[in-house]
Ligand binder design. Structure first.
Ligand SMILES: *Cc1c(COP(=O)(O)O)cnc(C)c1O
Length: 359
C-alpha cells in the first residue's frame, strides 16, 4: 500500500497534544486518597440536585431537549440576559471548541497568555489556526501590554482566562477595559470565567455585565467547578446573537443530556446553598495560602479553587512526595504544580509535604 492509498487527515492534527487529565490518587495501604489534580468540587451533590437528575434519568430512552429551553430560561432569568445571548454545551470547553471552530481557520492567529488552560492550544490547533502564546508576568498575571503587541492583522480571537488556570490571579476590570479598548472590534475576545464564583477581588470583571457594552466579547461559564457538576458536562456562553448563533450551528445535536440539564436547573435553584460551599472553599484557600506563605512559599495570589506552586525543576519530585501521602496534584514539569483546594484533610496532607519541603 502506498501513502496515496491511505486515508488522510488534516495536517493540523499532526502534532495536537492529547489533553492530559489530572491523575487519580493511588495508594495501597488502605488509607484514604484525595484528588487535588482536576479542580473538582469536593462536596457530594445536594440531595435536591441528585433527585432532579435521578428523575430525569427515567426518560433516558428519549433524546434530551435539543434547545435546552428550560435551562436557557433559568440562565436568562439568573443573569437578566435574553435567551438569544445564551448557548449551552457539554462543558464550557465544548462551547469554546464550537466558538473557535466557527471563527477560525488556517492562517488565522489566536492570542492568549501562557501558561494558561491546557485546552486552549488543542482547541486552536484543531481549527487549523496558529496559537500565539504570550508569557505571563513575573507574578503570574496576564501581560496585557504584551498581548496587545501580539495582535496582528491575522488575529482572529484572543482568549482571556480569569482567574487564570493554573496560576490563580484574576484579571482586574481596569486592565481588561483598557485592553478591550485597543483590540480591534472585529477580533473576538473570549473571557473564560470558569472560576468566577470563587473570585473575591473587588476590582474584578463580571463578564455577564461587561459583554453588554462589547459586541466582540463572549463569556464562558461552567457548572463543573462551583456548582459541582463536573461529571455531567454543562457549560454555557453569554454573548451577542451573532456569536451565539455561530456556536449553536457548530454544536452537536442533543449534546447536553436531560440528566445534565435537570441537574443544572436544580443547581441554579439551589444556588444559595452551593455558594455557601464555595465560601467554605474560599476560606480553606485563604488558610492554605496563608500557611504556604508563612512557610516561605512565594505563591501567586489566587482567586480560583486552586493554588500554584512555583517549583521549577522540583515539580515532579514534589508531586511524587504528595502522591506518597495519597494526594494527587497536577504537575507541569519544569514549571510548577497546580493544587486544587479540596476537603480539609486533603489540604492538610498537601500542606504537610509543602511546609516540610526543602528548597
Ligand atoms: C475547568 C475549566 C473549564 C470548564 O471546563 P468544562 O468543560 O466546563 O468542565 C473552562 N476553562 C477553564 C480555564 C477551566 O479550568
Amino acid at each position: 500500500m502506498t501513502a496515496q492509498d491511505e486515508v488522510r487527515f488534516r495536517s493540523c492534527l499532526d502534532d495536537v497534544a492529547a489533553y492530559k487529565p489530572g491523575r487519580p490518587p493511588e495508594r495501597t495501604d488502605g488509607r484514604p486518597t484525595y484528588k487535588l489534580s482536576s479542580n473538582e468540587n469536593p462536596y457530594p451533590p445536594l440531595p435536591g440536585v441528585l433527585a432532579a437528575a435521578t428523575a430525569a434519568a427515567e426518560d433516558m430512552n428519549r433524546y434530551p431537549d435539543h434547545g435546552a429551553v428550560d435551562l436557557l430560561e433559568a440562565l436568562s432569568e439568573r443573569f437578566g440576559v435574553p435567551i438569544s445571548d445564551l448557548a449551552v454545551g457539554t462543558g464550557s470547553v465544548a462551547v469554546l471548541y464550537h466558538l473557535l471552530q466557527a471563527a477560525c481557520t488556517h492562517g488565522d492567529e489566536v492570542v492568549y497568555a501562557w501558561r494558561s488552560f491546557e485546552a486552549y492550544p488543542i482547541a486552536v490547533q484543531l481549527t487549523g489556526a496558529t496559537s500565539v502564546q504570550v508569557p505571563l508576568t513575573e507574578d503570574a498575571r496576564h501581560d496585557f501590554k504584551a498581548m496587545e503587541a501580539a495582535i496582528t492583522d491575522r488575529t482572529k480571537a484572543v482568549l482571556v482566562c480569569t482567574p487564570n488556570n493554573p496560576t490563580g490571579p484574576a484579571v482586574r476590570r481596569d486592565e481588561l477595559l483598557a485592553f478591550l479598548d485597543v483590540v480591534p472590534p472585529n477580533v473576538l475576545v473570549v473571557l473564560d470565567e470558569a472560576y468566577r464564583e470563587f473570585v473575591r477581588e473587588p476590582e474584578t470583571v463580571d463578564g455577564a455585565e461587561l459583554y453588554r457594552e462589547r459586541s466582540n466579547v463572549v463569556v464562558l461559564r461552567t457548572f463543573s467547578k462551583a456548582y459541582g457538576l463536573a461529571g455531567f458536562r454543562v457549560g454555557y456562553a453569554i454573548g451577542h446573537p451573532p456569536a451565539i448563533a455561530a456556536i449553536r450551528k457548530c454544536a452537536l445535536p442533543f449534546g447536553v443530556s436531560q440528566v445534565a440539564q435537570a441537574a443544572a436547573i436544580a443547581s441554579l435553584r439551589a444556588e444559595q446553598e452551593l455558594l455557601e460551599r464555595v465560601e467554605a472553599l474560599v476560606a480553606e484557600r485563604t488558610r492554605v495560602v496563608g500557611e504556604l506563605r508563612a512557610a516561605g512559599w512565594n505563591v501567586p495570589e489566587t482567586h480560583a479553587n486552586f493554588v500554584w506552586m512555583p517549583l521549577g525543576d522540583q515539580t515532579v519530585a514534589f508531586a511524587e512526595a504528595v502522591q506518597a501521602e495519597g494526594v494527587s496534584v497536577r504537575p507541569f514539569p519544569g514549571e510548577g504544580a497546580r493544587v486544587t483546594i479540596g476537603e480539609r484533610e486533603a489540604n492538610d496532607l498537601f500542606l504537610k509535604v509543602a511546609c516540610a519541603w526543602r528548597r
